[in-house]
Design a protein around this ligand. Structure first.
Ligand code: ADP
Ligand code: MG
Length: 356
């Protein structure tokens, strides 16, 4: 069905269904000039926005529309998680080229609503425009108690650097995707569904899932925000790769840092795909990005508290990977052979090629 068959307002009527997951926060959702939201007294409002643009962030026909919608929401949820906040409401604006169909928009909103429902977040408005390129812009609103907000600037020398989950799998998925597209072997139907479980040895599905359907670390964030004031000193989510994010924490905190490369968590699936591609998986973990894990610093001596808190609620793994230092000591990664390499966002030139 073409969008002109139902018109902009017909489209908005379709979008409007299933948008409110927590009615207590919404006095007026879609349908007026502005949404009217209830704000919890005494809490701070968090706002972030991330946009996905065709040919920059996704290629038409490669990922199912549901997955494009899912990821547009996931990356915004991850930003709220990185602040230690709770996501509450969002607005979504879409730019639609002439080829866009009602099916494509339905798919995008299905993927978005799936993830929004999972986290009890409302979709309360947006905008719809015609354009030559497809784009989706999500603005997420969240809230947090002031003392629980985690900034990038709180790291102090001596703090331990920790990260949730594994790194590099999203870059491994992107590598597979690109190489299969190059060989004209890509089959969009072979991408895992949003709810599809991954078999233990199905490395291809595991890394594609990491790339297309990243899991924002909301529960982990919630636990970290409540560990007690001052325990987690700084936090960021891994959208551009570990090297870049460690750099952001150092820049904002005025510190240096070192990372032990042997402790950087890398999944078996990422290693398997890297092995076949003859790439050092550490390169993907450091410079790949889009893992959406949480990178944070904790006061020395509190690593056990974090591990226990995660274990107590059965959360995914969390690993201590390095230490914050004085700024004058710089930013380093200690390689497996004991050699030190400067940790700079463009440092991947040091790694053996084979994939590029
Ligand atoms: P206005 O002209 O006052 O900006 P619109 O006609 O653009 O209002 O939108 C009407 C209603 O539909 C508003 O509540 C708006 O937030 C909502 N809306 C428009 N486009 C979208 C969209 N893509 N997703 C969700 N809500 C939308
Ligand atoms: Mg108006």
């Amino acid at each position: 069905m073409r969008i002109s068959d139902i018109g902009e307002f017909g489209l908005i009527d379709r979008i409007d269904k299933g948008c409110v997951n927590d009615p207590s926060a919404v006095a007026q959702g879609i349908g007026d000039d502005a949404a009217v939201l209830t704000v919890s007294p005494g809490r701070k409002l968090l706002v972030c926005s991330d946009m996905l643009v065709e040919d920059v962030h996704f290629i038409r026909g490669v990922a199912p529309w549901t997955h494009v919608g899912y990821k547009a929401v996931a990356v915004n949820l991850s930003d709220i998680a990185a602040m230690g906040g709770e996501p509450k409401n969002c607005v979504v604006s879409i730019a639609l080229p002439p080829w866009a169909t009602v099916d494509s928009v339905d798919g995008i909103y299905e993927g978005m609503k799936h993830l929004l429902a999972k986290h009890g977040v409302n979709l309360v408005g947006g905008d719809t425009v015609e354009s030559s390129l497809f784009a989706i812009d999500v603005t997420m609103l969240g809230e947090a108690d002031e003392e629980e907000i985690k900034y990038r600037n709180g790291a102090r020398p001596g703090d331990v650097i920790m990260v949730t989950g594994d790194l590099g799998a999203s870059a491994a998925g992107l590598h597979l995707l690109k190489s299969e597209l190059d060989r004209k072997a890509w089959n969009a139907d072979s991408i895992p569904g949003i709810e599809e479980p991954v078999g233990p040895k199905d490395h291809r599905t595991a890394v594609l899932r990491a790339h297309f359907l990243p899991v924002p670390r909301m529960k982990e964030s919630w636990i970290l925000a409540r560990l007690g004031t001052g325990l987690v000193t700084a936090m960021i989510d891994v959208s551009d790769g570990l090297a870049s994010e460690v750099g952001h924490i150092c820049d904002e905190s005025g510190t240096g840092a070192w990372i032990d490369s042997t402790r950087v968590p890398i999944s078996e699936s990422c290693r398997a795909v890297a092995g076949e591609a003859r790439v050092d998986p550490l390169k993907w973990a450091l410079f790949g990005g889009e893992d959406y894990e949480l990178l944070f610093t904790v006061s020395r001596g509190c690593v056990g508290d974090v591990e226990e808190a995660f274990e107590a609620v059965g959360l995914s793994k969390v690993t201590a990977i390095g230490e914050v230092t004085e700024a004058s000591l710089g930013r380093w990664i200690v390689m497996p052979d004991g050699e030190r390499m400067e940790l700079a966002p463009g440092g991947y030139a040091h790694f053996t090629e084979g994939s590029r």
